[in-house]
Design a protein around this ligand. Structure first.
Ligand code: PEP
Ligand code: MG
Length: 588
């Protein structure tokens, strides 16, 4: 059978987006186009009648939302269900409601016009506010506005939706998403939205594969057409070829097979058959993923990508807002450790509008940006320190390429500690400070860094791209993005050995840790911790429990002598066969 790379590179019927909820689904598309709401501004004669209509529409909207809130509470955890509770609170906002009533009386025009303009004003205020989550909440309010207007116009939510379809839509409100799940929707594809959109969060809680942020899926995919959604890699195939259908059907079957018996690893540690314990930690992009971290029995959070907050909020949150977010995060996983990474802005991530760079991946990214914007950096450091009172936070610096950057960072952290002491604010004075090893210069100097930090985390996503000079997001050179290249393995080995000389713990948090085929060699290379997306943790634990460290180490030593990726891959495959471990590569 063809490899994933071959399937992807050949396909001219694929749409790329953001992998928002894992899974594979093949099915019929349903193009969900929102009904355009026409708003009338015509004058009214009977004010009492208009006010009565408004109260009825309001009551009906509340009833509908209550129903949705109850479904949410039944099917989701409280934090996510709270999205709908917040909607209900808006419908009880006396300030908003009394201005609507007042304007209906004074202006004597259709209530739907007043509702539309008043709620839009409310939205505007929220968009301009710097408060956490306001941006997305403003979008949610669109849903509430349309709901009241539709009820004023006495229209119903049109749901001619068949069961078992894949919904393709420009965007989805949380309420739409939830109602679709009631129709046993099999998958979601949207033009807009990111990992943090509520549609994405809800899809993840319902385990419905989703690809969001495709830009133009609604313009390309026809209603009723067969589509494949690959929620692991963020691809959608429309009108798929027989080869693509066979490839993904095979993956689906394997996935079902592999899921059997997985649950029993929830409460088990990851220990090789000869007794070496490996910490399997979680990478967290969105706060909403925490439940998955806990239910998969992760050893902690190995990487919290704090820059995701910037996308969620659309800017830098204040020190107080950050302190609250990080405290909540740390207390949710307590007593487990939570590794917060400083904002890794730049590259293909959140961009600070002041900078225009021809080569952003080689530009002002991670620590380079932070040292150039020390006020922002200090706010984050103080917030992390304030959240560290329970001593379960570690702080990690991204994109370090020189010792000077590390020294400068340590100096700033000391300054922040001094300021907090002066203000009599408590924090963990021994909070561990580590670095991402993801730039070749730092890998080469790893011994020098090891004596200066409390821990390393190898970021293979970037390390591979910088070692091999391949853009990690460029399909054209994807063949050269080789995680099993001898260069990559020898570099990981070198970093681990350097760290061990100083007893500095090393973890690895790049996607390579989530490639189940890579796990034995990573263990064999001496890594004590690996961190991956929560969806992969149980698979990783099962694999680690099925081979011995001694054999993995011997295999790794052989691979370190090899000269090509192909040779190494074959050796690893042989290891899986020899140890009777089911191969899960490319499924997740
Ligand atoms: C990495 O580079 O491997 C990593 C984990 O960081 P990110 O993917 O966020 O750049
Ligand atoms: Mg990185």
């Amino acid at each position: 059978m063809k490899s994933f790379k071959e399937i992807i590179s050949k396909a001219n019927n694929k749409i790329a987006g953001i992998a928002a909820a894992p899974g594979i689904i093949i099915g019929k598309s349903y193009l969900f186009a929102k009904e355009k709401i026409e708003i009338s501004k015509s004058p009214i004669d009977d004010i009492e009648e208009a006010l009565k209509n408004f109260e009825e529409a309001l009551a009906l909207s509340k009833k509908e939302l209550n129903k949705i809130f109850n479904i949410a509470r039944e099917k989701m955890d409280e934090i996510r269900a709270a999205i709908f509770e917040a909607h209900l609170m808006i419908l009880d906002d006396e300030f908003l409601l009394s201005s609507i009533r007042k304007r209906i009386k004074e202006e004597k025009v259709q209530p739907e016009y007043i509702v539309a303009t008043e709620i839009s004003k409310y939205q505007q205020i929220m968009v301009q506010s710097s408060e956490y989550y306001m941006k997305e909440r403003a979008q949610d309010i669109e849903d509430i506005k349309n709901r009241i207007i539709r009820n004023l116009q006495k229209k119903r939510w049109q749901s001619k939706i068949e069961k078992d379809v894949i919904v393709i839509s420009e965007s989805l409100t949380p309420a739409d998403t939830l109602l679709f799940t009631k129709h046993e929707t099999k998958g979601f594809v949207t033009d807009h939205g990111g990992l943090t959109s509520h549609a994405a969060i809800i899809s993840r809680s319902f385990n419905i594969p989703a690809v969001v942020g495709t830009h133009n899926a609604t313009q390309i995919i026809k209603d009723g057409e067969l589509v494949i959604v690959d929620g692991f890699h963020g691809y959608v195939f429309y009108n798929p070829t027989e080869e693509q259908i066979n490839f993904y059907s095979e993956k689906q079957k394997k996935l079902i097979e592999l899921q059997k018996g997985l649950e029993e690893f929830k409460d088990k540690d990851a220990i090789t058959t000869d007794g070496k314990k490996i910490n399997v930690e979680a990478n967290v992009d969105v706060t909403g993923e925490i439940d998955l971290v806990i239910s998969a029995g992760a050893s902690g959070i190995g990487l919290y990508r704090s820059e995701q907050l910037l996308d969620e909020i659309g800017g830098f949150p204040s020190e107080d807002e950050q302190a609250l977010i990080y405290s909540k995060l740390a207390s949710r996983v307590y007593p487990l450790i939570c590794t917060i990474r400083a904002f890794d802005v730049g590259g293909d991530k959140f961009k600070f509008q002041d900078y225009k760079e021809p080569n952003p991946f080689l530009g002002l990214r991670g620590i380079r940006f932070l040292l150039d914007n020390q006020n922002l950096f200090k706010e984050q450091i103080r917030a992390v320190l304030r959240a560290s009172v329970h001593k379960n936070i570690k702080f990690m610096i991204p994109m370090v390429s020189t010792l000077d950057e590390l020294w400068e960072t340590k100096k700033i952290i000391e300054e922040c500690k001094k300021e907090l002491r002066k203000d009599k604010i408590h924090f963990d004075s021994k909070m561990k400070i580590g670095i991402m090893v993801e730039v070749p210069s730092t890998a080469v100097m790893s011994k020098d860094f090891a004596s200066e930090v409390d821990f390393f985390s190898i970021g293979t996503n970037d390390l591979i791209q910088y070692l091999m000079a391949v853009d990690r997001g460029n399909d054209l050179v994807a063949d050269l993005y080789q995680e099993f290249s001898p260069v990559v393995l020898r570099t990981i080995h070198y970093i681990v050995q350097g760290a061990k000389e100083f007893d500095t713990p090393v973890s690895l948090c790049g996607e390579m840790a989530a490639d189940t085929l890579a796990i034995p060699i990573l263990v064999g290379l001496g890594l004590d911790s690996i961190s991956m997306s929560p969806a992969t943790i149980l698979y990783a634990k099962r694999i680690i429990n099925s081979f011995s460290y001694k054999k993995a180490k011997a295999m790794a030593e052989e691979c370190l002598q090899m000269k090509t990726e192909k040779e190494i891959q074959q050796r690893i495959l042989k290891f899986f066969e020899e140890n009777n471990i089911s191969r899960t590569r490319n499924i997740i």
